[in-house]
Design a protein. Structure first.
Length: 473
């Protein structure tokens, strides 16, 4: 007979005594409408099926972790979103009239004006008629505002957004004019001359002025505003070199080069340890390119003596420009050196020549001391003309031509020795100019013309007669 624990011992006649399951009687006693657990299909079995798809031997708690994972992901996203929103809406500092204020990053200038009540603190400008009478009080600019030094119009306030660190200055609004039509006239600059000396160059370039007549669309008034943009006249300065300090300087220059004697002149200069400036004739350079190239190879400074020996004075604009241009090009082809330095034939370069060719010529140079070698009065006279008359800063005229060759070759070594004994340093023209601090700052290049943007070439001199008279003195 089967034995049971004492607390589970079957009563006589009970189902257990009959070998039945303990739940058999309870099952028979279930009441209608009541819900009971079925142990044969319990939680563990159902959970396993839900979590594992019905597989056996899987953990009955695995499926229940999914909701917690989703909650964790949601929380992390919420924190990230909050951080992004916080960063986007963070505050930054800007300086408003010298004081720091906080604004939301990315907020615009219009918001700052509103938040700081700036239109209550500062007043708007007036709306003016074309004759400066007031059409409407406070009808002009709302506020005068600059952000980092740049003025911002009323209509642009919303387009200026702050990133932090900007400097904002606010003042009362400016007066503005009524809408108006403008009748404008250009004022042409004129050519003027200033100073005296052997070197001429453009010190101030001409700039057009502008005069306006306004016709108001609201008031109907017409008003002459006069010169709203002042005209700037072109100034050609005539100057001599004034070397700085006590040192004495002089420049030797040769006209009409090259010649058959050019290389002998270069040998004398090399032997004496000095350099000079040669003004080459375009025709001579084209006829003797080897001698012209020897000048450049010797390290001497190069300018142009124009294309031919014909005077530029009295020539029309096209003819003068053609002769100057051809001279510069011939020098460049023969020597490889580009220059804008000109010694016009006979040093004749008047106000009309400047009007015609100031965009071509960096400087027009004559001389302070004429050696007179071209007069063929002998080497002694040539030497005396130079050594006895030179002063510091002077430009000396010599000639490199076949006609003067014999006399020049005899006089040149004596001139150099005499100047050296008198304490002079012999330098090319460009270096002579550099000894004058004031002049060198204004005449910065001899090789090219520096015409500023917006400059125009005048069409007439301020006083043609006076200008020509002054130049002829």
């Amino acid at each position: 007979m089967r034995e049971y624990p004492s607390h589970y011992a079957p009563r006589p006649g009970s189902p257990r005594d009959l070998g039945q399951l303990p739940n058999a009687r309870n099952h028979r006693r279930r009441k209608p409408g009541e819900m009971y657990l079925n142990h044969s299909r319990g939680f563990s079995d159902r959970s396993a099926r839900i979590g594992t798809g019905g597989g056996r031997g899987r953990s009955p708690r695995r499926g229940s972790r999914l909701p917690y994972a989703l909650i964790g992901v949601g929380c992390a996203f919420a924190l990230f979103l909050a951080a992004v929103i916080g960063y986007v809406n963070r505050s930054v500092d800007v300086t408003l009239n010298g004081e720091r204020v906080s604004v939301r990053v990315g907020s615009d200038l219009a918001s700052l004006v509103s938040d700081q009540s700036l239109t209550d603190t500062y007043s708007a400008g007036n709306l003016l008629a074309v004759d400066d009478s007031v059409l409407k009080k406070r009808g002009g600019e709302k506020l005068s505002i600059k952000v980092d030094g740049k003025r911002v119009a009323d209509s642009q306030w919303k387009s200026v957004e702050f990133e932090g660190g900007e400097k904002v200055t606010v003042k009362n609004g400016r007066d503005t004019y009524e809408p108006h039509d403008v009748q404008a006239s250009q004022i042409e600059p004129k050519l003027t001359f200033d100073g005296t000396g052997a070197i001429e160059y453009v010190r101030t370039w001409g700039v057009e002025g502008r005069s306006e007549v306004w016709v108001g669309k609201t008031s109907g008034k017409t008003h002459d505003r006069g010169q709203v943009k002042p005209v700037v006249d072109c100034v050609v300065e005539r100057a001599s070199v004034t070397p700085k300090g006590n040192a004495k300087y002089v420049a030797l220059t040769f006209d009409d080069a090259p010649s058959a004697s050019t290389e002998q002149i270069l040998s004398i200069l090399k032997e004496k340890g000095v350099s000079a400036t040669f003004f080459l004739s375009g025709e001579a350079a084209a006829a003797n390119p080897a001698a012209a190239k020897a000048i450049a190879d010797a390290g001497c400074e190069i300018g142009s003596n124009s294309m031919t020996d014909d005077s530029l004075e009295g020539q029309d604009r096209d003819a003068a420009r053609r002769q100057i241009n051809r001279g510069f090009k011939a020098v460049k082809r023969a020597t490889g050196v580009k220059t804008a330095l000109l010694r016009a034939p006979y040093a004749a370069f008047d106000s009309q020549n400047w009007l015609d060719a100031m965009d071509l010529v960096s400087a027009s140079v004559s001389w302070n001391v004429d050696s007179g070698d071209w007069m063929l009065e002998g080497a002694d006279t040539t030497v005396s003309n130079v050594v006895d008359n030179v002063t510091s800063g002077d430009i000396v005229l010599l000639t490199d031509s076949d006609e003067t060759a014999e006399q020049t070759l005899e006089a040149l070594p004596q001139i150099i020795d005499g100047l050296t004994q008198d304490g002079y340093k012999i330098v090319p023209l460009g270096k002579l100019i550099k000894t004058d601090e004031s002049l060198s700052k204004k005449l910065t290049s001899l090789t090219r013309v520096k015409m500023p943007k917006g400059a125009v070439i005048p069409t007439q001199a301020a006083d043609d007669d006076a200008a020509d008279a002054e130049q002829s003195q």
